[in-house]
Design a protein around this ligand. Sequence first.
Ligand SMILES: Cc1cc2nc3c(=O)[nH]c(=O)nc-3n(C[C@H](O)[C@H](O)[C@H](O)COP(=O)(O)OP(=O)(O)OC[C@H]3O[C@@H](n4cnc5c(N)ncnc54)[C@H](O)[C@@H]3O)c2cc1C
Length: 797
Amino acid sequence: MGCSTAYHLTKNGCQDVILLERAKLTCGTTWHSAAQVRQLRSTESLTRLVQKSVNLYSNLEKETGQATGWKETGSLSIANNQDRLTHIRRQASLSRAFGIGAEEITVKKAAEKWPLMRNDDLLGAVYSPSDGRVNPSDVCAALVKASKSRGLTVIEDTPVTGISTKNGWVTSIQTSKGEISCEKIVNCAGIWGRQVAGMAGVAAPLHACEHFYLLTEIINSINGPLPTLSDHDGHLYLRDEGGGLLIGCFEPKAKSLDLEKIPPDFAFELLPEDWSHIEPILTNAVYRVPELEKIGVKKLLNGPESFTPDDNFLLGESPELRGFYLGCGMCSVGIACGGGAGSALAEWVIEGEPSMDLWPVDIRRFAKVQNSIRTLRERSSETLSLHYAVSFPGRQYKTARNLRLSPLHSRLEKAGAVFSAQMGWERPWWFNPKGISTHPELSFEKPGWFFLHAQEHEAARKSVVLIDQSTFGKLIVQGRDAEKFLQRLCANDISSAHDRVVYSPMLNNHGGYESDLTIMCLDEDRFLLITGTGQPVRDHNWITRNIKPEEFVSVTDITGEYAVISVAGPNSRKLLNLASPDDFSNEGFSYFTHRNVEIGPGIVRAARLSYTGELGWELYVPSESAIPVFDTLNEYGSDLGLKLAGMEALRSLRIEKGFRAWGHEIGPYDTPFEAGMGFSVKLNKKVSFLGKEALVKQKKKGIKRSLVMLTAKDSEAHAHGGEPIWLNDKLAGHTTSGTFGHSVGCTVMMGYINCLDTKLEKTLSNGNFEVEIACRRFAAQASLEAPYDPKGVVLEK
Ligand SMILES: Cc1cc2nc3c(=O)[nH]c(=O)nc-3n(C[C@H](O)[C@H](O)[C@H](O)COP(=O)(O)OP(=O)(O)OC[C@H]3O[C@@H](n4cnc5c(N)ncnc54)[C@H](O)[C@@H]3O)c2cc1C
């Protein structure tokens, strides 16, 4: 990561770059990597990064004259059960959306590509011809050679020992040989990344694990390079190496590794062998390649590698310290992603942002609490163990849970909540009614608990539900310039926020979303900003870094101080009328307004809006009043068909209604016009706002891609987001969200299609749309309107 970042920094004109290395370059994890470069991933960001790596590695020798060991051997993924087949087919579909060209092939063809492989149990396979492998030390040598010719200084045998800061910015770095003044530091310290970040008071949630592969003696029947074979359910991958096989693994019970167990001068070293640990994997390997029974093992290699709480690495500028960047915690894809990730990181350093949406690896997706050593130790071994697991929608980790609990947690647990986690928070996923005990069994199709969230969904549409949304991020922006400042940052006009709730995008210079929030003015110069559960660190960071020195504004994250109880459904008004002396009529409390009200014994701020797409209110309740208010609502709701609802029901409610979600429909490279959210942009407001110039230009030129709603009637079309969209037999884009819409009775998706706005209407009415799910195309109906209540009739009654 250090070499790749230095290469891209110097390539982009930075001439004063120093690469500091504790011992010798590559001596940490890189030198002993198995170094597969496999482009089939489960997210767009990772797929694109590996694609960039492939481009880099395959051209580096031409550029530098230094061999990199790049071999385009292809990769082969096999499936011996239906879920795995769906998993690899979904990856092949995703890769197709980005021009990688992976294809499903028959078992017979797979066997021809890998003659040593047992194949009588296989259901199918996917072959990705442009994947390959490198020699990782040679890649680094080539990157450094090119960088040195452009001005890079490499200083080896020089550990970083400290980091100095002033006014929230990096000022210098201390080393064993002295201090270097600098404005920017990029932390690419691998398994030591958390330690180095700690020198600057910065969180870098990663932890080392022991990571294994073994090398066999020569196998005479191997002649020539084999594609890398991934037998995910055997927890292993295999490829030729030195005339024998390299067999690597992601074992189901991995071992985390405390850094104290590694000597400070650990370089080009390995960890002790552990044969009993690797035994079950060997058994799986012999099953898959029976010839191994007769072949000896030359070496068992155990090396350290870092893993993060969600199996995605850490990239970007730290939210705690300006000028301090992270490129570490590579989760065993540091070679595959290293080329692309280093390129993105260099852009981040030079331009202040990468040129693509990298939210899944952005360091700001974590809360501070996720950086505790106990949490990381527990979680990292599970992360490694699940690296090859089927990527079922909604998969949850079992370790390091219950880090952040809503004030209502005990009540929700008692009511049968099954929890899912985000940013350390536990959130009700769905509720098990008395006598029913479903558990998070997962599926690409309809899981066993499908009927339960269907009932919650129905209650939201037909009676009334309570949804605990306490995990929403809550920021207070205050100070005498707060309003002026927010007007500058928000694309909507917030001057009406005193009594109205204002929904607004916050945009970057190129008109893309940095966030979308609801804003309420609480007092003169004091605003409450409500944002998504995963967004408060990012938003806090974005808002504070945009305050000008002359602006008198402060930002405080008060997420934990308030619970949020959403009351939604046609009976929500009746319920609030029973629980409160205040006026909730349409005239007395109109759509998108807010004010303080009494609910039972509590005084809460109520805002009339609901992410369910139904009549509803969000109640912002001081944490200490959360239980009394919740109990009151439950008590009065019993005669109104009240149900508790969880996140899965909310997801299908919001998708059916066409409500966009951060990280899905909107991100830094989606503009409000493209997202169909032009209503939330006020180009004519008096104060100019960030991103306006780009939007004005875009409006003039017209847009080339648009978010559309799609529905598919086929009962086998199980969409979850990331599926290619075909238009008249040509790839046109991919979906961003997908679910079963219980009210409309079919699969509902959102996604972007590439299409000039001038042709959009005609295309939508005449085009032949299909969505590709796990290599199978399903007919779809496309529209700009949401399938449920497109005119918002039920909202404003
Ligand atoms: C067994 C095994 C198999 C693998 N197979 C693959 C694979 O097939 N494909 C793939 O993509 N990835 C694979 N990986 C993972 C991949 O090798 C790593 O993700 C990658 O090498 C990490 O690179 P890095 O630059 O982040 O870390 P490192 O290579 O560890 O580099 C970090 C550097 O920082 C230096 N450093 C640390 N502290 C300091 C300090 N205080 N001051 C100065 N310097 C410091 C260290 O000395 C080290 O050289 C594998 C890993 C293992 C262990």
